[in-house]
Ligand binder design. Structure first.
Ligand code: 5RP
Length: 233
């Protein structure tokens, strides 16, 4: 089974297990959530469900609109029943690295407003500990502060921070939906690394907007497997 199919079966199962009528649903960002929204749209039509969808990015907003779902906003719907989102890595305790697509800030805000955060992913994202497989932790920063933040994190914890650049040689830095830059922190943790403590310290550095470390936020994860099964953890 292809990775795309693995994403699809995970997202479909998560939507089928957690979505019922009259919910406010957080819609994550990335390639896996595309299948989740597809499934939501199918079920809204076939079961006449009443769902309000809160986006985590410009991409998510477009997905909601393109699939004919009802677009909500945190101003009106500050409490989200279930948020469904992808991840770049998810460890045994459901701690995640997110932000590979640069949407970590709004993803974390939506996740923090959700009673339940569900992760959907293919099997390559399932790991024992953070940075076991995915070697970079995205950090969203205020543009003027990216060099001091890079220097501070490297001197505190080691590793190497690189400013995320656009696709072509001529392109400048990637700018997030919130007008910020992303620093990718290339860092090799271990099973005993205290990512919770590290996250708290990084969040104290002026100019850091948020990190892609989602510690203790997810309640459940679904991973699509090569054999067509879905593992839940
Ligand atoms: C975007 C994210 C995505 O959820 C994460 O990168 C996973 O994406 P995909 O579903 O394409 O593997 O955090 O900022």
């Amino acid at each position: 089974m292809s990775l795309e199919m693995a994403k699809k079966i995970a997202a479909y199962k998560a939507v089928d297990d957690h979505i019922t009528d009259n919910l406010v649903v957080g819609i994550g960002s990335g390639s896996t959530i595309v299948y989740g929204v597809q499934r939501l749209a199918e079920r809204v039509i076939s079961e006449n469900l009443n769902l309000i969808c809160i986006p985590t990015s410009f991409q998510a907003k477009q997905l909601i609109l393109d699939n004919g779902l009802i677009l909500g906003e945190l101003d009106r719907n500050p409490t989200i029943d279930v948020a469904i989102d992808g991840a770049d890595e998810c460890d045994v305790e459901l701690n995640c690295i997110k932000g590979g697509g640069g949407c970590l800030l709004q993803e974390k805000i939506v996740a923090s407003c959700a009673k339940t955060l569900i992760i959907v992913a293919d099997h390559t994202k399932n790991s024992e500990y953070l940075t076991e497989k995915y070697k970079k932790i995205p950090i969203e920063v205020t543009p003027i502060a990216y060099i001091p933040i890079k220097n501070r994190i490297e001197s505190l914890f080691g590793g190497d921070l690189k400013l995320r650049m656009g696709g072509s040689a001529k392109a400048g830095p990637i700018v997030t939906d919130n007008g910020n830059f992303i620093l990718d922190w290339f860092f090799d943790g271990s099973p005993t690394t205290d990512f919770d403590g590290i996250n708290r310290e990084i969040m104290m550095i002026p100019g850091v907007v948020d990190t892609g470390l989602f510690i203790g936020m997810a309640k459940k994860a679904y991973f699509g497997m090569p054999d067509g099964s879905v593992i839940e953890k």
